[in-house]
Design a protein around this ligand. Sequence first.
Ligand code: ZN
Length: 503
Amino acid sequence: MYNTLTRRREKFEPLAPPHVGMYVCGPTVYGDAHIGHAKSYVSFDVIVRYLRYLGYRVTYVQNITDVGHLTDDADQGEDKVERKAKAERVHPMQIAETYTRSYFEDMDRLNVARPGVSPRASGHIIEQIELVKRLLETGHAYEVGGSVYFDVASWPKYGRLSGRSVNEMQAGARVEVSAEKRHPADFAVWKRAEPGHIMQWPSPWGQGYPGWHLECSAMSMKYLGESFDIHGGGIENQFPHHEDEIAQAEAATGKPFVKYWLHNNMVTVNGQKMGKSLGNFITLQDAFKKWDPMVLRLFILQSHYRSPLDFSDEALNAAKEGYDHLARAAESLRKQVVTADEKIAETFDGPVRHRIDAIAAQFEEAMQDDFNTAAALGSLQDLRREANRLLGESNVPLGCFHLLAGLFRDLGFKVLGLKDLHFGTAHYLYTSEGLGMTDAVTTTLSASAQVREVPKERIALIDLREQARKAKNFALADDIRKRLDEIGIVLEDTPTGTVWRFK
Ligand SMILES: [Zn+2]
């Protein structure tokens, strides 16, 4: 994976395998999620899915920023959530609640698996105050009139992630730098609440609220430990947000904070930067009126997460065609097999098997190459072509279709998260991994969880009927077929064996 911190591709070696701790900066909940959010969280979702597919136990933490994110990076301006609340004349927590819910609803539709922990900044004020205290104790922060600032001059490594030097920051500083700061690059870890500020808490330095960057250091370390494996976020957050996170965490603990930093690129619309002021701002709710969420998901995965993505109707139309091809092939395969059975798949061998295995290997190679989903999707389409060819042939062993179904499920559904490529039940999606959680954690939110499952005893019945037929006990075979038909399972005898499907 490409590590922004070292500016090169590195072999992934987690600190304590098979466990992986991963933190991704979540949304500031003051407005509807847009296609930029979709690109970011779909990209990191596939990274989490792929690591799990490889057998890692990933604890995925993604925060909810509901306090402290100001309209201006230089510790000036209004709190974004509070500003929206004032405009709508409601409490800021109501704004945070509304947009947290709509964010998760949008992500559910995109089949983004929910994080194991979604900590809110306002729920971790105590942890943030503790971190400020540690920074004051270690001499990396100073208090002025009820606000506390990080002292960048005390931290020589400041600027390592973004490649900026403190001197450059000084030269480029804006005029309105607070007179309280010793150095223009110093940033607030705790802010004094001005009169009229709604969201404020008592602290050793008086009434105030945390600086935005602080929450990610405090909450990631709380749930993943003082050193952890992967930190992700948007490329626009490299500086100052991530730079500040590193400084706060490492200055307080004296330990390396994060091993791998992954940054996702931005979305443009018809070649232009997307922005509310430019009138080309596309919320997900608007996008879903026009496009199936899975088409949007496939569209995002057609480009690399570190590349910018240009959104246009033509590009989405092409993605729709690509998705429809895959979904149709899966549907045709499903007529042959309902669940992928590895044991039946194993019975299939020969040159066709080798060709299919080679395509699957190409998929994995692409994903191993810094999560190249564009190339992986190419392999999935190759697999689809192979499936269509075989579906049109006669005398293809059932094992072949079980093999293809297993690959559609594992590569297309489990790794890339494309909903219509599942076979069998879809509980995998909402299985939370990590601290104190078991595989049994499921939710009913998944539309695909409505897929009918064939209980094992019915599969046993199908096997028994097959035996009866082979033993030429046709009366018994017919009776079993009739009973299965009554419970919604149709059997079809083909020259290569019996296939079954739901009515
Ligand atoms: Zn963050």
